[in-house]
Design a protein around this ligand. Structure first.
Ligand code: GLA
Length: 378
């Protein structure tokens, strides 16, 4: 299958860890519909690690946990499909998963067949317990071939945290998306770290194999499996704007059944999601002049399919700073004969007809402003 944009959905890991079951998945799917999240693009409901029995059956097949999934996995997938959503599951290149359930090593083809029978649309494939004697790229290639030959379209989501120099080989494995950083946790430091890693990894991003910055923590408020500290509303907004601008998959990691209005507002920001999914798939670039200018914020530009540009200012510091966007850094100078109309995508604030070739805005600590700007004839 060909991926045309970063996938969006929900994954159990951030909040629920091993505390997953049939009822959680069904009620989450219901809530995705009820809250209008499906209408805005969140379509995959993904079970992460810990869904299986600790050992395979006598035929070498994976067995769903009898306690957590008494009706089996197919019943859950069928329910999710009946809501018009897609279903995802998790396995691992090693013979155990990261949480010590059976992994797919040397069972790749039989597992792909099982996943196809169950109606799986998305496989997250982790990197724990990789035998030293095996080459990581071959293990991803093997599962990729197993999926491509299982008779069902399955999105292949590799998760190897950029270990073993995978930036150089992941795109050749057939993975549609790949985790290029360690695990996110629900605090500002973690978000800032992943953001910095993504800056280094942007040259390795491709529309055929998208850099995955990990699941969203928006709305976790310090609760659940990776809820280590929590973030302020400002920080959640910056986090979501970063993932959208940088074109990461958008997998909700909070408990959708209990989500608060503010978090929901962030996750449902259609204008930001449009930037994330923009059909042109252009790489964003940083235009702030670098570390020499520590009185200003990080400033980014991304060229969009309809000729607009996205302009984002991220304040990574603990003090208020100015975001300064100089048009010339996007290639625009006075010879172009145009002015820019900016619309800030969280507040809707418009700054129209900017001609002085500079936009300067104060940005609060850990905060952001993110604009869609239209070029207009002066
Ligand atoms: C790894 C992955 C996480 C999650 C856990 C499950 O740490 O990076 O995203 O899937 O395994 O055990």
């Amino acid at each position: 299958m060909k991926l045309t944009a970063p996938p969006m959905g929900f994954n159990t890991w951030n909040t629920f860890g091993e505390n997953i079951n049939d009822e959680l998945l069904r009620s989450t799917a219901d809530k995705i519909i009820e809250l209008g999240l499906k209408d805005i693009g969140y379509e995959y409901v993904v079970i992460d690690d810990c869904w299986a029995e600790r050992s395979r059956d006598e035929n070498g097949r994976l067995v769903p946990s009898r306690e957590k999934f008494p009706n089996g996995i197919k019943a859950v997938a069928d329910y999710i499909h009946s809501k018009g959503l897609k279903f995802g599951i998790y396995s691992c290149v090693g013979n155990r998963t990261c949480a010590n359930y059976p992994g797919s090593l040397e069972h790749e083809f039989i597992d792909a067949e099982t996943f196809a029978e169950w109606g799986v649309d998305y496989l997250k494939y982790d990197y724990c317990y990789k035998p030293i004697s095996e080459q990581g790229h071959l293990l991803y290639k093997r599962m990729s071939l197993a999926l491509a030959n299982c008779g069902r379209d399955i999105l292949f989501s590799a998760c190897n945290w950029a270990n073993d120099d995978s930036k150089c080989w992941m795109k050749s494995t057939g993975a549609h998306i790949w985790r290029m950083s360690g695990d996110v946790s629900d605090n500002w430091n973690s978000i800032a770290n992943i953001y910095r890693q993504q800056i280094e990894m942007l040259p390795y991003n491709s529309t055929a194999c998208i850099n995955d910055m990990d699941m969203l923590v928006v709305g976790m408020n310090g609760k659940g499996n990776v809820g280590l500290g929590g973030c302020s509303e400002e920080e959640y907004k910056t986090h979501f704007a970063m993932w959208c601008l940088l074109g990461s998959p958008l997998m909700i990691g909070s408990d959708i059944r209990e989500i608060d209005e503010k978090a929901l507002g962030i996750l449902k920001n259609k204008e930001l999601i449009d930037i994330c999914l923009d059909g042109r798939g252009c790489q964003p670039y940083k235009v702030d002049g670098g570390a020499a200018y520590d009185h200003i914020t990080d400033v980014w530009v991304r060229h969009l399919e309809n000729g607009d540009i996205a302009v984002a200012m991220f304040n990574m510091s603990d003090e208020e700073k100015n975001g300064i966007f100089q048009f010339v850094n996007a290639g625009i100078n006075s010879s172009c004969g145009c002015v820019l109309d900016f619309c800030e995508l969280y507040t809707g604030e418009e700054i129209l007809g900017v001609r002085d070739e500079l936009l300067t805005e104060p940005i609060p600590p850990h905060g952001c402003k993110i604009y869609r700007a239209k070029l207009r004839k002066a």
